[in-house]
Design a protein around this ligand. Structure first.
Ligand SMILES: Cc1cc2nc3c(=O)[nH]c(=O)nc-3n(C[C@H](O)[C@H](O)[C@H](O)COP(=O)(O)OP(=O)(O)OC[C@H]3O[C@@H](n4cnc5c(N)ncnc54)[C@H](O)[C@@H]3O)c2cc1C
Length: 552
């Protein structure tokens, strides 16, 4: 019979360290598998035959330059034995094996509770498989390909290589598989106490959860079943077969032209990515502007930049039906009262996501949903059934992976202890990975006024930021919203290359109640994009065009 040894490992400081330790442990004869769930975990799980002594493992780790100590040694149980033993006896049952569900299950296990994790479909859920990871690596590939033909210095000649989409797609799949393995499969294996149950969970009227033909019971539940692409309920879907974000990133061949329905984060990211790969892109947006929940200046700026990139943008579009003429797809729409038809090789529907609550039986256990089918949660992530919590895209929380994970950890803690900790979203950063990126935190000017603040707000053109000038990319702006009475920064709204990096400094400012003066009296390194925040703060009191170098 195999044994399982848990080691504490000291001295790992990077990803390669985790690989060295894994390799060292797996080189010990008799070791079947060694799992290091990231160097930060400072731990390793070893599955080995019974002949392997802990000393041999400790010596192997020492020889690789690290220190190990045994934390636990026991007989290895298969996942099924584990489930059978605990089937009706969980402290917490988590439904959904994405980032929200993993955070909940790991937190509960670290609290010493008996945890079950149920997942249907590919382990890891949306972010790693069909969301953040594949989209961001493809966006990077598109940018690199586009930049190869566009040198920032005027007049410099460039050569554009031929686009190799099939290699790019394969590389994307390779990265997804590797991150799924290291961030989900290996991590789950490193927590053998978490009973993993594969299959679709459905709540029953008696409060249990059915997976296949087996019922499971727990004292508390966390639902983290995520969401899937939403389709506009218009006639012609069957005929036109529009793409969604998942199928678009898996296309075998890129289309020549693409119509994009939608004007928010996923639509803009994927639309610009396709345009940079050379696809002719037209965005049809229902609202009067793109990203309508952002500051109006931001929506206008990003529309200008997309149009400069050759992307067509039409707003106030009411899609009425879709159709197909041979290989051409047609969108029939009404724009400002006029009937219009738009044609392209493919249509991408990026009109939001549908929470995965259908046919899950949540209504029969008293869990209330909003009009869009999302589970209504309070700040403690509790649903209308006090023993059921929810997190992530299935809930009314904002749809970001870090929010899903933070909510999952909190849901587990609140469900299993007296913590009663709320999820604080007042300083939640949000990034749209277009080029330039859109990055925001805190209140917009209008929201701040609605909340009763006397507001002062200023917008700095990125042309005043030395980093942007030297990088020959001054597309963008930084808008700061502050409380007039105290100077406290209430919100920051940025369009800039690498705006996603800049926003984190603004996030700390909003979270910890910093003022405009705090920013202007802090040293910012010269020739960084984040220096723009200091310049934006200075612009409240000075004419930044008259400043010498270094924003003082
Ligand atoms: C194209 C795209 C790009 C994105 N980019 C970003 C980004 O850059 N940054 C960012 O923060 N966020 C991004 N997101 C959003 C992010 O991916 C999600 O917010 C996050 O993955 C949600 O995690 P979750 O745990 O709530 O759900 P998921 O990760 O979807 O996990 C849910 C799991 O539950 C399973 N499941 C569903 N129903 C059942 C059932 N009845 N029984 C058992 N299991 C079930 C599902 O199969 C899945 O495995 C992006 C999303 C998309 C689509």
């Amino acid at each position: 019979m195999a044994q399982q040894i848990e080691l504490q490992v000291r001295g790992m400081t990077c990803v390669s360290c985790a690989q060295h330790v894994t390799h060292a442990l797996e080189s010990v004869p008799g070791v079947e598998k060694a799992i290091v769930p990231g160097w930060q975990s400072a731990r390793a799980t070893v599955i080995a035959d019974n002949q392997v002594s802990p000393t041999a493992l400790i010596d192997a780790v020492a020889e690789a330059g690290y220190t190990a100590a045994v934390q636990k040694q026991g007989t290895r149980q298969s996942a099924h034995e584990d489930v059978d033993r605990r089937a009706s006896d969980f402290d917490l049952l988590v439904i959904g094996g994405g980032s929200g569900g993993f955070a909940a299950a790991i937190t509960a296990q670290e609290l010493g509770k008996k945890v079950g994790l149920i997942n249907a479909g590919t382990l890891g859920g949306t972010c790693v498989n069909v969301g953040c990871v594949p989209s961001k690596t493809l966006i990077r590939a598109a940018e690199a390909w586009h930049n190869a033909g566009h040198h920032p210095f005027q007049g410099v000649k460039t050569t554009q290589v031929e686009l190799d989409w099939s290699t790019i797609r394969a590389e994307k799949d390779r990265l997804v598989a590797s991150l799924r393995q290291s961030k989900y499969v290996d991590v789950l294996a490193a927590y053998p106490e978490i009973a993993f149950i594969e299959g679709r969970a459905v709540f029953q009227t008696d409060g249990s959860v059915q997976v296949g033909d087996r019922p499971y019971r727990a004292n508390r539940y966390v639902i983290a079943t995520g969401a899937q692409p939403r389709m506009l309920p218009v006639p012609g879907l069957e005929e036109a077969q529009p793409l969604n974000s998942t199928t678009l990133m898996d296309l075998e061949r890129l289309p020549k032209s693409l119509i994009l329905l939608g004007g928010r984060a996923v639509a803009l990211e994927l639309g610009q990515m396709m345009a940079r790969f050379g696809v002719e892109v037209l965005i049809l947006q229902r609202s009067t502007r793109l990203i309508p929940d952002h500051e109006p200046e931001i929506g206008r700026a990003i529309q200008d930049y997309l149009e400069q990139d050759g992307i067509g943008v039409i707003t106030s579009v009411q899609v009425e039906r879709l159709s197909r003429e041979g290989e051409t797809r047609v969108v029939h729409a009404r724009v400002m009262g006029q009937q219009r038809e738009y044609r392209a090789d493919q249509i991408l529907m990026a009109v939001g996501r549908q929470p995965n609550t259908a046919n899950m039986g949540v209504e029969q256990v008293g869990v209330k949903l909003d009009n869009g089918g999302a589970i209504i949660v309070d700040p403690f992530q509790q649903t209308s059934n006090p023993i059921i919590y929810a997190t992530g895209d299935v809930s009314t929380n904002p749809e970001f992976v870090y929010v899903a994970a933070a909510g999952g950890a909190l849901a587990a803690r609140n469900a299993l202890t007296n913590a009663r900790q709320p999820l604080d979203l007042s300083s939640m950063p949000a990034v749209i990975f277009t080029n330039p990126q859109v990055a925001t935190v805190g209140l917009t000017e209008a929201e701040a006024r609605t909340q009763g603040y006397e507001v002062k707000a200023n917008t700095l053109d990125l042309a005043y930021v030395p980093r942007a000038q030297t990088a020959r990319n001054t597309r963008g702006l930084i808008k700061l919203v502050a409380d007039t009475a105290t100077g406290r920064i209430l919100g920051a709204h940025i369009v800039a290359a690498e705006g996603g990096e800049v926003i984190q400094t603004a996030t700390l400012a909003v979270k910890f109640g910093l003022t405009l003066d705090d920013l202007t009296t802090t040293l910012f390194p010269y020739l960084t994009q984040v220096e723009g925040l200091k310049l934006a703060a200075l612009s409240f009191t000075k004419n930044v065009a008259k400043l010498s170098c270094c924003a003082s």
